[in-house]
Design a protein around this ligand. Structure first.
Ligand SMILES: *Cc1c(COP(=O)(O)O)cnc(C)c1O
Length: 332
């Protein structure tokens, strides 16, 4: 077999599972009675909301930091790890680094609210407030990498990150070996790419369905253009799906193209209904990005009758004001 371009093999996903054991949780896959009735299918929910940081991103971050320690020794990470995410990835890096005894620096613009800053500091990371935008915060990350020798832990575009997220795929195949379809929120592609690499290696006929936003979906545009393109970022209930894929993307664009079978875009109103449905019927609080699988089923009438389908409930990082906004959209 030829070497895949993206370097996310089933073996690398098993390696990731060994490395993250004890840090990330093996999450439950539970049957939704309400959704199974509604879609005349067996709808299974993968509860990444139960990760200690509230989202799956801990899998990738823990795998990458542990792999770097394994390969290069603890001394190589003496200057610490660094990233600039304000959301689930920043929390994951702070958490994993502190567990592994590595210093972490998270660069945040001055626009990031105090409660988010405090949450990251509480995990033992050093927070640097720089600039007025995410771009300026990234500039500081680059400076710390080149001048201080810190190690960047990217949010998605690395084979170790994707392999970590791919451990979800292993768990799905163990808990539902005859799964027909997985529906996954798609932004940078570490989550879908990793799950797809694992699932396709074990059961190629299982369909991998990606769900993107209608506006500002960089991966959607990049797949159309067959090269990474930048898009304007638009506010969304699913804020964790915002952001670009990197104009120098080297891993996830080709990986997603290889493993994804079909791809849908969902509207804000469909996301709002899905968030509220999951809260009301499953009694689970999920963020918008975690509700897009249900939004796609409802909005596009994807044909799933009689199938076993897994939805990845990817995270629970939602502010109550955002939930209020979603509820208001459902009442209109
Ligand atoms: C990051 C994130 C995603 C998307 O993952 P990618 O690897 O960027 O495609 C989906 N849901 C949540 C909750 C996230 O934090």
């Amino acid at each position: 077999m030829s070497q895949p371009q993206h370097d996310v093999s089933l073996a690398s996903v098993y390696q990731a599972r060994r490395r993250i054991a004890g840090q990330a949780v093996r999450t439950p896959l539970v049957r939704s009675h309400a959704l199974s009735e509604r879609f005349d299918a067996e709808i299974l929910l993968k509860l990444e909301t139960q990760q200690p940081t509230g989202a799956f991103k801990l899998r990738g971050a823990a795998n990458m930091i542990a792999a770097l320690i394994e390969r290069h020794g603890r001394d190589a990470l003496e200057a610490g790890v660094v990233t600039a995410s304000t959301g689930n990835h920043g929390r994951a890096v702070a958490f994993a680094a502190s567990r592994l005894g590595i210093a972490a620096t998270i660069c945040l613009s001055r626009l990031v609210p105090a409660n988010k800053v405090a949450a990251i500091e509480a995990l033992g990371a050093e927070v640097r407030r720089v600039g007025e935008s995410q771009d300026e915060a990234f500039g500081e990350v680059e400076r710390l990498v080149s001048e201080r020798g810190m190690t960047l832990i990217p949010p998605f575009d690395d084979p170790l990150i994707a392999a970590g997220q791919g451990t979800i795929g292993l768990e799905l195949m163990e808990d539902a070996p005859d799964l027909d379809r997985v529906i996954v929120g798609l932004s940078g592609g570490g989550l879908l790419g990793g799950i797809g690499a694992a699932v396709k290696a074990i059961r190629p006929e299982t369909r991998i369905t990606g769900v993107s936003l209608t506006h500002g979906a960089a991966m959607w545009e990049s797949l159309q253009a067959e090269r990474p393109v930048a898009v304007e970022e638009v506010a969304s209930l699913a804020d964790s799906l915002g952001g670009g894929i990197g104009l120098d993307n080297r891993c996830t664009l080709s990986l997603v193209r290889e493993v994804m079978d079909d791809h849908y875009q969902v509207s804000e109103v469909a996301i709002a209904h899905a968030m509220v449905d999951i809260l009301e019927h499953e009694k689970l609080l999920v963020e918008g990005a975690a509700a897009v699988g249900l939004a796609a089923l409802a909005e596009h009438g994807i044909q799933v009758r009689g199938q076993r389908v897994a939805l990845i409930l990817s995270g629970n990082g939602v502010a109550l004001e955002t939930l209020d906004r979603a509820r208001a959209m459902c009442r209109r």
